[in-house]
Write a new protein. Sequence first.
Lengths: 320, 333
Amino acid sequence: MALLEVQGLKKYFPVKQGALSRNIENVRAVDGVSFNLNRGETLGLVGESGCGKSTLGRCILRLIEPTAGKIIFDGRNLIEIGKRELRQVRSSLQIIFQDPFSSLDPRMNVGRIIAEPLRNHLKTSRTEIKDRVAYLLEKVGLHPEQMGRYPHEFSGGQRQRIGIARALALNPLAIICDEPVSALDVSIQAQVINLLIQLQEELNLSYLFIAHDLSVVEHISDRVAVMYLGRIVELATDRELYRNPLHPYTRALLAAVPVPDPDVRKQKILLQGDVPNPVNPPAGCSFHTRCPERKDICSQEEPALRDMGHGHMAACHITA
Amino acid sequence: MIAADRPLLKIQDLHTRFHTLDGVVNAVDGVDFHVLRGEVLGLVGESGCGKSVTALSILQLLRCPPAEIQGRILFEDEDLLRLSKEDIRKIRGSGISMIFQEPMTSLNPVLKIGEQIAEAVRIHKEMNRRESWQWAVEMLRMVQIPSPGSRSRQYPHKFSGGMRQRAVIAMALSCQPKLILADEPTTALDVTIQAQIMNLMLRLKEEFNTAVVLITHDLGVIAEMADRVVVMYAGKVVEEAPVRELFKDPRHPYTLGLMGSIPVIGRKEKTGRRLHEIPGLVPSPLEKPQGCRFHPRCNKVMDICRVKEPPVVRPSETRRVSCWLEAEDGGRV
């Protein structure tokens, strides 16, 4: 059974106007998303800015309240449980944020930052907590002596390691990684990716890895989901998705990735225009306005996410 | 030597320091390179290596003091560092223009897009209001902004990220400069928009024979756009090569490390899931290591690297590398 099962998850942000703050329309940030995350697996979630991938990650932890849907984690539906129970669940479902500068309290030293979840969730003695913090710091490649220092004394990559140590404090089963390396320099990015892979192997963690960089996602993921305007348009194993992309959007995304090899300056599938406004997504297939292969049906009927063979899911009329 | 062979821009022994309360920061520390007419020179390195400060020094967009710029910056054989403020202002925009990473911060939020482009043209090309506005609309059309006439009368907040960057490019090109300094022009954009902008820049470069200094940390962007590449580390040039040679045969351990540390689609099946990493951190600009600046992170470090700065070795006419491993006596001194 899957560790995390998301079914028909929706998040609509109301757009209010006028003196009575009437709800005039909705931004459909997440619009009916379903997927599974298995134990010890990394599911990559890619898409361009505004596609709803970060909102989705936050909805799963109920940091943002979802509008509809089911989130079944370790046998419990997180939508239905109360606050106290939710706090318990969050000890085994953690999150790492993109910006290592704003996600750590500047007035707390590193020891306190990492000890905070331990103090809140476990009734243990001070020395035990201190030992645990030292162990965690070592685990993420920092020195236990640095416990007394403050976030501003660390570089971006080191801060991201602190964020990872904090997420690991309560032995979670799964971590939602929201763009964990996109603010880092390439050489530091490699260090953090390697750390995440190593921790996963040691602790059998599951990751939901949210990122916009397709090469990073391919590198770390076992399966990959592609999002466009609040929906998953394609989901497959990383090998399948990158070798045999079925959705025209996935194909365009892959073609747009610059390849670090001057000999393969390739012909690009250039998408025209920008991502449409999620307040009024286009009718039918939401990608049809930019799709180079669209047919008449695409503007009329919404394609469902279907199995195109061997578990390769895609939502497209053309590839059907 | 005929004029066409002479470099458009030639930087010699450029030093840019900042006098701060914590001490002197040598952000750019003896950099030299040149740019030919119509070519794209890639300037690569991680944050803090001095690549942006180099660009800002060329146009003297740094406040002095605390900054102090020394060396020679020859643009069409004229040393920009010896020009008066008035003369350097004439070069900015019409001779050399700049594209910044974050398009929102380089656009004025309370001026219409068209006005922002027209303003520069009025000053540098002596056009009147109507002509300059028409010119602005033409420029917007050239960078493929849909319905440029009505778009030119809008304010920047109405534009999406990709459109803003197009507007900034239109502005940079409006006075037909000979050289554009593009500082991470696509880093803030999504990949599909990045591809559009890269395509546009290459097309415009062909059309107007504009030279571009492309500053980026993204080796993928470099591979697709640059003709030649200069790699910087901690304020110094560590390697220079034509783009194909650099990717085929990188010589400096830092360049090698950078190339190994980027994930490449399809490569993990061959090399496994672990990425090659460069250990440690970029050194603080206040306390740069002795000898070769890369030695604390280098996996091929030798004794001499710790004490003596490496020489500049030229394996061929178009290449140079600053590393003891490349020196003829192999660093045995």
